[in-house]
Design a binder for this molecule. Structure first.
Ligand code: PBG
Length: 326
């Protein structure tokens, strides 16, 4: 036997850090934060242990907690005080995200990204205004073009409140161009857009819908979010957002879609983000609670794998835990 090539030579404790290809860094992580205009105290999110919805006047405190772990960026989601058919509290100057962002920007040095979508703000829970007859016809849901203006208005109101970056997640065609134009027209030409460019119609969003109160009241999102069966289509989606001026391209969810993360990494030179979604978090939490998995180890391995697949940044509910460990 002639064993000259022995990969194990590079696995000793001394050398393995030298040849390690991928590393996690708290600076690559983005922590989601939920602000709830209907809450007067912090409320734990049952399906996402360790996460809470916080009242607007505790948003600053919540972001400080994130900052203390070494994570620099937060992604802000809002639960509004009221909902209507058009989601008008999404772009209100005194809306939940707008108030929270103003306070957080005034009081902390966090980099503040906002989720731009209407689903938490519409009474029907869809990500835009409905087409006529949508409730009765399963083939119709959100009116794409009528929604664009509302999304653009929302993004602009976030930037007006001081958001450093906006992240549209509604999967409307043309949303990045509409937002870019509106931001530029309002003097926010230096506010980047991180587009949820390839966002799948995924059952892994379940726990988030408890957290942000954004489940559709009827039907589902398969007429605007992507079919989990499709990978080539992701390139087409991402190319459209890149053409429209997206600065950061996101794939969501992350772990079940690492092939897509890798594909976007290889085809585009933009920074690539991956969203390690609520269901990915909840599964590990639930198994760890049963004593079946070592939470810290599987969380670390998950995020490392997402980076190895090609993500530069990761939105994750594990951000604070992992940053603390690092
Ligand atoms: C939509 C939005 C969703 C998530 C982020 N933004 C939910 C959806 O599309 O149904 C899901 C995030 C997660 O599951 O962690 N505003």
């Amino acid at each position: 036997m002639n064993l000259t090539d022995r990969p194990r030579r590079l696995r000793s404790d001394g050398v393995s850090p030298l040849v390690r290809e991928t590393r996690l860094d708290p600076q690559d992580l983005i922590a989601p934060v939920f602000v709830d205009a209907t809450a007067d105290q912090r409320r734990p999110i049952e399906s996402m242990p360790g996460h809470e919805r916080v009242p607007v006047d505790e948003a600053v405190e919540r972001v400080r907690e994130v900052r203390e772990t070494g994570v620099g960026a937060v992604l802000v989601f809002g639960v509004p005080d009221s909902k209507d058919g058009r989601g008008s509290r999404a772009w209100a100057e005194d809306g939940v995200v707008q108030r929270a962002v103003r306070a957080v920007k005034a009081e902390t040095d966090a980099y503040v990204i906002t989720d731009v979508c209407l689903c938490e703000y519409t009474s029907h829970g869809h990500c835009g205004v409905l087409e006529e007859g949508a409730r009765d016809d399963p083939h119709m849901t959100v009116a794409n073009d009528d929604t664009l203006e509302l999304i653009a208005r929302t993004a602009r109101s976030h930037a007006d409140a001081g958001a450093d970056m906006v992240a549209p997640s509604g999967m409307m065609d043309g949303m990045v161009a509409a937002i870019r134009e509106e931001l530029d027209g309002a003097g926010h030409e230096s506010v980047p857009v991180m587009s949820y460019a390839a966002k799948y119609e995924s059952a892994f969003y379940g726990p988030f819908r408890d957290a942000a109160d954004g489940a559709p009241a009827f039907g589902d999102r398969r007429h605007y979010q992507m079919d989990p069966a499709n990978a080539r289509e992701a390139s087409r989606e991402v190319a459209l957002d890149a053409e429209q001026g997206a600065d950061v391209l996101m794939v969501k969810p992350a772990l079940p879609y690492l092939d897509v993360v890798r594909q976007v990494r290889e085809k585009f030179d933009h920074p690539v983000a991956a969203y390690n979604v609520s269901g990915e978090y909840a599964m590990l939490q639930a198994a760890a609670e049963k004593g079946w998995l070592d939470l810290e180890a599987v969380a670390h391995e998950s995020l490392l794998s997402i980076k190895r697949a090609g993500a530069d940044l990761i939105v994750t509910y594990f951000a604070e835990e992992i940053a603390r460990e690092l």
